[in-house]
Design a protein around this ligand. Sequence first.
Ligand SMILES: [Cu+2]
Length: 190
Amino acid sequence: MAISPPERRIWWNEPIEKVELIWIVIAFLWGLFMFGFMIAWHFIGQQNLNKEAYRIAPASYQAKVNEFAQKYKVRDEEGMPVVKPPTGADVYLLGRLWQWWPILELEKGVSHRIHISSLDWMHGFSLQPVNINIQVHPGYEHVITLTPTAAGEFFIICNEFCGIGHQTMTGKIYVTERKAEADQRLSEGR
Ligand SMILES: [Cu+2]
């Protein structure tokens, strides 16, 4: 028991038990293997994203997001702007205590460079239900290329604990059918 002191005062010079040593070696080698295998996760299971990151001051990132939202805003939803960027435009998303801002409306099959950063603390961008995850740091602008493959409503939740309002930190991305496809569907009466 830990309550009684070791019998010998210099107890740490005892040789390591053989079984313990074997387990330490196995755990160490497994750790090394998994470290090397991180590269493989990029190709297997598409778990690691292709991502760029740049240093940026949070305030100047916020200015970029505001400009983007002002330029392409199509409507308001409960006080939140819904922003629909045209094909080819860069998309800006801001995480802050406690919201993902603004709401985005993208088109299925249209690729955008999506910029994500935080104004204050570290947040976790987690796109549901597809489970795309990015750790979002203030001071870093993360850029991913995103091509929506399905139309519908997608939700962003924060998966890094960021304080008292963490569980309310949600956002939304609408993905609409491409206009040509939607028109065709209408004309065919589907
Ligand atoms: Cu958060």
